[in-house]
Design a protein around this ligand. Structure first.
Ligand code: ASP
Length: 323
């Protein structure tokens, strides 16, 4: 059981310099190596075995977690809900479609309402980059970013890191190639920051139109050809084309995109013999990835990514409550 007093609630939004200072989890950018490792270790303790994966724990007994999702979500919202419940919290899923937000309530009014209800942790997904940080500044409780626009999706990057670490035993020194719509992907941004902090070698492969501006500042190597980019890769992360954030024509046709940038056996063959494939979901099979390759249990870690999702979110919820 955590301490019941809420005197820590007035502290300002801050980065996770150490895991003890993770008041909110808003972004991977600025999160220290030690904080990342501590979160991964804590999540690992919740994966499988008899460490409470199925049992309901009392770590957040008596606390309330609100899931406030302004965008659709299957995996993220469900796994936050399961994580909070496994830690003993009460969970409320606020559906934007039925809330006052549809009636024109501003984000800040929503924050004031949730503050007044004495919420203990708020998990937020929002289509605008920066909206979650703004909300966190107004909230008196910890906030976890469940994905904000094309900015960051910190818990997904932690999931990906734990999945890689479990399979490869490390992150440092691995060649990780992120392929596809990097420009509109919050998953790519969070992963790039995390992998750089953990000293992996990060490459991206994307058509010219799907490379974000300012990519040079992110410390990655950029390729526009799968055969060059995937050579000797240890880990390949495939991304969906984020149609919901695209206005205009960035790719000629899904068929042509698959021909040049879809992962198939032939392109995969240039990676290392023990290379693995990842995808944050949802997948567009036959567009960015060959369906049979996505289901190849020897090579694909897509299923494992979903499996560790609950454990990572348990670790995040516990960490913000303890900070
Ligand atoms: N599920 C991930 C996200 O929320 C990736 C995606 O939607 O393609 O960003």
């Amino acid at each position: 059981m955590l301490r019941a007093d809420k005197t820590h609630k007035t502290r300002k939004t801050q980065r996770c310099a150490s895991v003890k200072a993770c008041r909110h989890i808003l972004a991977i950018e600025g999160m220290s190596r030690d904080a990342i490792v501590a979160l991964l270790d804590k999540a690992q303790s919740y994966v499988g075995g008899d460490s409470g994966k199925r049992r309901r724990l009392s770590v957040l007994e008596g606390y309330s977690v609100i899931n406030l999702f302004f965008e659709n979500s299957t995996r993220t919202r469900t796994s936050f809900e399961m994580a909070a419940k496994r830690l003993g919290a009460n969970v409320v899923n606020m559906s934007v479609a039925t809330s006052s937000i549809k009636k024109g309530e501003t984000l800040l009014d929503t924050a004031a309402t949730l503050n007044a209800m004495d919420t203990d942790v708020l998990v937020v997904r929002h289509p605008c980059s920066g909206a979650v940080v703004l909300l966190a500044e107004k909230m008196t409780c910890p906030v976890i970013n469940g994905g904000d626009g094309a900015h960051e999706h910190p818990t997904q990057a932690l999931i990906d890191a734990l999945t890689i670490r479990s399979r490869k035993g490390r992150l440092s020194g691995l060649k990780v190639v992120i392929c596809g719509d990097v420009k509109h992907s919050r998953v790519a941004r969070s992963n790039i920051h995390l992998l750089n902090t953990m000293q992996a070698e990060v490459h991206i492969v994307a058509p010219y139109t799907l490379v974000p501006s300012g990519i040079d500042e992110l410390g990655v190597r950029v390729h526009h050809d799968m055969h060059t980019g995937l050579r000797d890769a240890d880990v390949i992360m495939m991304l969906r084309i984020q149609k919901e954030r695209i206005h205009g024509a960035y790719v000629s046709s899904p068929r042509e995109y698959y021909h040049f940038f879809g992962l198939d056996r032939k392109k995969f063959a240039v990676a290392k013999d023990d290379a693995v494939i990842m995808h944050p979901g949802p997948m567009d099979r036959g567009v960015e990835i060959d369906s049979e390759l996505a289901d190849d249990i020897d090579r694909s870690l897509i299923h494992q990514q979903v499996e560790v999702g609950v454990a990572v979110r348990m670790a995040c919820l516990q960490t913000v409550m303890e900070s």
